[in-house]
Design a protein around this ligand. Structure first.
Ligand SMILES: [Cu+2]
Length: 137
């Protein structure tokens, strides 16, 4: 009987150590990803599943697809999709060169300050159906 208890004891200790290790490892990761999500205040988001055509039918590839801001104001986009996207000034095939985020990773953001009033069209270089507009007053 004593031998059995001695044999089981190290197993129980090992299980406890592993459990404590996984619990302590999990929590900081969760907090980190949470803070990444809430860190940036987005004016426009790229929602999930817009890497497939269809969002253009309801004008929801960028949400909202049109924003109105004041001269000198900063606009911030956040990619909330699991796929890469870009925020590129102009139209697909004819970029204006004013701004280009490059490929944005999931939850990466891009900001641009609009110094002059006007209507600025933009699109995603990877998904031609994704279009948006910034109106600067
Ligand atoms: Cu895209």
């Amino acid at each position: 009987m004593k031998k059995k208890i001695i044999a089981i004891f190290p197993v129980i200790v090992l299980v406890l150590i592993f459990t404590a290790f996984f619990i302590s490892n999990e929590n900081p990761n969760k907090e980190e990803s949470k803070s990444q999500i809430t860190q940036v205040k987005a004016d426009v988001i790229m929602p999930t599943k817009v890497s497939r055509p269809g969002c253009e039918k309801t004008n929801n590839c960028y949400i909202p697809s049109t924003i109105v801001i004041k001269e000198g104001q900063l606009a911030t986009w956040v990619n909330e999709d699991a796929a890469f996207h870009s925020v590129t000034s102009g139209f697909y095939g004819t970029p204006t060169g004013l701004f280009d985020s490059g490929y944005l990773d999931p939850y990466q953001s891009f900001s641009f300050t609009f110094d002059e009033s006007g209507v600025y069209d933009y699109y995603c270089t990877l998904h031609p159906w994704m279009k948006g507009q910034v109106i600067v007053e």
